[in-house]
Design a protein around this ligand. Structure first.
Ligand SMILES: *[C@@H]1O[C@H](CO)[C@@H](O)[C@H](O)[C@H]1NC(C)=O
Ligand SMILES: *[C@@H]1O[C@H](CO)[C@@H](O)[C@H](O)[C@H]1NC(C)=O
Ligand SMILES: *[C@@H]1O[C@H](CO)[C@@H](O)[C@H](O)[C@H]1NC(C)=O
Length: 298
C-alpha cells in the first residue's frame, strides 16, 4: 500500500504543477489582454488600505446651520460611517432634555443610517462619583422616551478622561460603567463604549471599551512619535478597537500629502479624526474638513 500511495502522490503533484503552470500562463495572458489603464484604476482604488469611520468630537453648539458642514458630508458620503460625539453641557446637561437647538438638530443626524451618535460623559480619570456618571448615562438613554421622539437618541457613550496608568480600582470602575451601558436599552442598538485616555493606556484597559482614543494630539507630536508606528507598540491591540485624533495639521499637508497621512492612520485605527485647526479644533469645521472626509471615502 505504501509505495503505491507514494506513486499516486507524485502523480498528483506533477498534475498540480501542470495546473499551476497553466494558471500562471493564463494570468500572464490576461495581464497582456486587460488594458493597463484598468489595472492602474484597480490599484488606485485599493491603495488607501482599510476603510475607517470618521470620528467627530462635535463640541459645536447647534445654532441654526452650525452643524450644516457635518450634515453635508454625511449626505454626500453615505458609504462612509460617522461616529459623532455630542456634548450638550459637559455631558447631557442638567435637564431631562437638552435645549431646543439640540432637540431639533440631534434627530436630523441620528436619522442617517451611516451615523452613530455617542453622548459625552466626564469621568475625571475614573475619580468622578460613579453614581453621577450613571445618572448622565441614564439621562441620555431616556431622551427618546422623554421627548417621544425615537430619533432623539444616542447609540453609546464617549467616556472622556479615562486613565492611562493601571489600577484594579479604575478598571473595576470602567468595567462597571461599560456593563451599565451594555445593559441600558435606550442606548441601542449599538450600546457602544469609547474611552478617551488620549494616549496609549495600559493595555489591560482596552477590552473594557469597544474603542479607545489612543492618540489625541497635534500633527507635530504625531510626527515626533514616528507616526502610526506608535500604534504597533500597543500589546494585543487590533485596529478595530483603536481611534486616533490628530489636530493642528499644517495647511501644507493637503492633496497627496493628506492622502498619505490618512492612509497611514487608517492602517492602524478604525476611527479617525484629522483637522487642520490649531485652536478650538472641536468647536468648528476647518477649511479642509470636506477634503478630509473625501479622502476618508477613498
Ligand atoms: C458601516 O457600518 C455598517 C453598519 O455598522 C457596516 O455594515 C459597514 O461595513 C460599515 N462600512 C464601512 C465602510 O466601514
Ligand atoms: C438656539 O440658538 C440660538 C443661537 O445661538 C439662540 O439664540 C437660541 O436662544 C437657542 N434656542 C434655544 C431654544 O435654546
Ligand atoms: C456597579 O456598581 C454599582 C455600585 O457599586 C452596583 O450597584 C452595580 O451593581 C454595579 N454594576 C455592575 C454591572 O457591576
Amino acid at each position: 500500500m505504501e509505495p503505491e500511495k507514494h506513486v499516486s502522490r507524485r502523480w498528483r503533484e506533477r498534475r498540480r504543477s501542470k495546473i499551476i503552470l497553466a494558471t500562471l500562463a493564463s494570468i500572464a495572458l490576461l495581464a497582456v489582454i486587460i488594458p493597463p489603464a484598468v489595472v492602474v484604476t484597480l490599484r488606485k482604488k485599493n491603495s488607501m488600505g482599510p476603510k475607517s469611520s470618521v470620528f467627530v468630537p462635535l463640541y459645536v453648539y447647534p445654532a441654526a446651520e452650525a452643524w450644516a458642514p457635518l450634515e453635508k458630508v454625511i449626505s454626500t458620503h453615505p458609504e462612509v460611517n460617522f461616529t459623532v460625539v455630542i456634548n450638550p453641557g459637559s455631558g447631557p446637561g442638567p435637564n431631562a432634555l437638552p435645549d431646543g437647538n439640540y432637540t431639533r438638530e440631534v434627530p436630523k443626524l441620528a436619522a442617517h443610517g451611516n451615523v452613530r451618535l455617542l453622548g459625552y460623559v466626564a469621568t475625571t480619570y475614573a475619580t468622578r462619583d460613579a453614581s453621577l456618571v450613571r445618572r448622565d448615562i441614564e439621562t441620555y438613554a431616556a431622551w427618546p422616551e422623554k421627548s417621544s421622539n425615537p430619533d432623539l437618541a444616542v447609540r453609546g457613550i464617549f467616556f472622556d478622561e479615562t486613565p492611562q496608568q493601571y489600577s484594579d480600582k479604575a478598571l473595576a470602575y470602567l468595567q462597571n460603567l461599560t456593563d451599565f451601558v451594555k445593559a441600558t436599552p435606550g442606548l441601542g442598538p449599538d450600546n457602544f463604549v469609547v474611552h478617551n485616555p488620549g494616549v496609549i493606556p495600559d493595555s489591560r484597559y482596552l477590552p473594557s471599551a469597544d474603542s479607545t482614543v489612543v492618540f489625541e494630539a497635534s500633527y507635530a507630536t504625531f510626527q515626533e512619535r514616528h507616526g502610526a508606528k506608535l500604534f504597533e507598540a500597543i500589546p494585543n491591540s487590533r485596529r478595530g478597537q483603536l481611534c486616533a485624533v490628530i489636530h493642528s495639521v499644517p495647511d501644507s499637508v493637503e492633496g497627496s500629502k493628506l492622502r498619505g497621512l490618512v492612509k497611514q492612520v487608517r492602517r492602524v485605527a478604525d476611527e479617525v479624526f484629522i483637522t487642520h485647526l490649531s485652536t478650538d479644533y472641536y468647536a468648528s469645521f476647518g477649511d479642509r474638513w470636506s477634503e478630509f472626509v473625501s479622502v476618508m471615502a477613498l
